[in-house]
Design a protein around this ligand. Sequence first.
Ligand SMILES: *[C@@H]1O[C@H](CO)[C@@H](O)[C@H](O)[C@H]1NC(C)=O
Ligand SMILES: *[C@@H]1O[C@H](CO)[C@@H](O)[C@H](O)[C@H]1NC(C)=O
Length: 350
Amino acid sequence: MAEGMFKALLWVLAATVFTMAGVARGQRVPCYFVFGDSVFDNGNNNGLNTTAKVNYSPYGIDLARGPTGRFSNGRNIPDFIAELMKFSDYIPPFTGASPEQAHTGLNYASGGGGLLEETSHHLGDIISFEKQIENHRKMIMTANVPPEKLKQCLYTINIGSNDYLNNYFMPDDQYNTSRLFTYNQYADFLIQRYRSYLKLLYVQGARKVALFGVSKLGCTPRMIASHGGGRGCAAEVNTAVEPFNKNLKALVREFNTNFADATFTYVDIFTGQTTLAYAGLGFAVTQESCCTVEQGEELCAANKPVCESRRQYVYWDNVHSTERANMFVAKAAFAGVITFPYSIALLGIL
Ligand SMILES: *[C@@H]1O[C@H](CO)[C@@H](O)[C@H](O)[C@H]1NC(C)=O
Ligand SMILES: *[C@@H]1O[C@H](CO)[C@@H](O)[C@H](O)[C@H]1NC(C)=O
């Protein structure tokens, strides 16, 4: 209890700490590459044959560019990190990018993407983490980005949630993982995959890498409805993802030990997601979506009403967070309040 409260308060302080971080002028790293799922996607799914895309209103309602394919009302976490790293613009989606843009960075993330190839297959065509790494390999080759430059870039990865949401916790006639694995075995299985993908990225030049853990998926409106009896967080879901996060943190330690020329860091979103922290940050509605979501759905219904006070909501739709929640995570990760062992700001310096 005491420790939980302490961490929650630290999380609350993140915004303050960040403003004192002594921000230097100019871009802090020459390039920034983004990998992951819908939490990081900024348009890669728009042209795909998939239900996991959001290039329609009300998504992007708080963005000047309107609906872009970001799974939020406004900016997502990589957008805030790009701002904090003093990039003059957001990192463009890989889809439709020119090779030239690989010199400043690309976003390969895809809604529905997971560590396992079969994850989210019921959503149609999505880009798995393995395919994202392959896309990156091709882009940096085509663009001839110098290896020395690639080592200076920032890399952020948010992957693993869909291996739970759109695999393990799906009905077992659609996905067999919950029949094959206990929570611990599944977490081990996923991290084995993660390890081999991370080695590929390292070989491709990644040296400054932030790995985002899985959030409290059991507290998303979708999982509250399907696994939480409609009220309160689905405890089994949160219990299931905990060993994944624990393993991911250990994987970061392993890579920092084995690769002396690299800095990996783990971003803990899970621990800070407490009632107390939310209250301290001014979030009044923590278990309901801001936009209108039809019964049994997860994404916002097109052109339907949305809540007025979006600043008070944690969740934008039934799974994805609002811009304001994204901002707190990004700032806390940048300042090092929720990272182990390096802040993202420090990755840019080391
Ligand atoms: C899109 O996917 C669905 C099922 O996933 C399939 O039935 C349909 O033919 C696909 N459409 C195109 C244009 O490929
Ligand atoms: C489980 O499902 C995966 C992907 O659909 C398949 O490749 C694998 O063979 C299945 N395993 C078992 C034991 O049924």
